[in-house]
Design a protein around this ligand. Sequence first.
Ligand code: 3EB
Length: 345
Amino acid sequence: MASAAALQVDYAPANAVRAHPAAWWQDVLAVVSFEGGVNAPAAAQIPVTEVNVPVLAAAGGTAEIWRLAGPMHSGQRGRVRYRHNGSLLFASLTISEAEFAHGAAAGAASALRRATEAGYREIFGALETLAFPYPLRIWNFLSEINAVSGDGERYWHFNGARQDALIGLNRSIAGNVPAASAVGVAPTNPLTVYCIASARAPIALENPRQCSAWDYPLQYGPRSPTFARACIADDAARTLFISGTASIVGHESAHAGDQCEQTREIVRNIRALIGTANDRVGAERYTLDRLRYKVYVRQAEHQPSIDRELRREIGAAVRVLYLRADICRPDLLVEIEAVGTPEPF
Ligand code: 3EB
């Protein structure tokens, strides 16, 4: 297989991943394995992140494979495992809330807050030490995201702790912030955070159809989520990362109870983001059909109808991985993220 010049993501079945010869692994930046079963050869030093979420309609595969041109360097700092090629870095950590649950007065929400703050401090500390100070895209998986704990939903506590961590690190909490997603996994799973970071600041993008997340009104929680709607990497490949995108117009959830309408609204949001990205590069280079998609589905039985809508909107050949996960607002049934490169300049 040819060396991967630009960052590429593929969704592959675990058995196909296992079958590759040692040489193939040299250009692998990272593997995220959603149902286990992926073992990279130890000598390849690939960070394999296990995220315990069910894959729906697994024909397309259960592992997310990030590839990039080498030579690569791998390592570990504290809980953070990483690999980079000098221009882009993948970093990942898992951190258990149980570790922070000391003291009866502390309460469950406070364990989540402390784990989040500690995890963010560790991962950002690693990025700074390794000279990749700009996270382009951060994926967050937390257990029971919609459960109420203490004085609010667990997602709200996560948002408070994420902000506190970023403020403590002298980082922005509005404007120049990474693209992201935050979804809910089953109880007892550790908090898992992985990211792709760069030595160069990305171009952060907002969606003209949506209120910026850092400006959400208080009804969605006392502390705003911290993420940009999308970003473009500032390198030759100009990879576009589209954050988890829900059926939200302005700041309000749209089409409660209807996963098909929500999917169509999400595609309108993604089209708008692609338009913003094209404006920034001054040409119609990014298109819906060049991107790869990951879809978080709250109710597994909705997957076939969501898939039908997505293929109708984007094309029958759309490359997509479906995961069963909870979305951060109880009325949202589906969330879609995307990544891809523009048509060559
Ligand atoms: C939204 O638009 C839907 O908290 O990092 C999307 C992307 C969402 C990222 C995050 C949350 C996050 O508000 C949820």
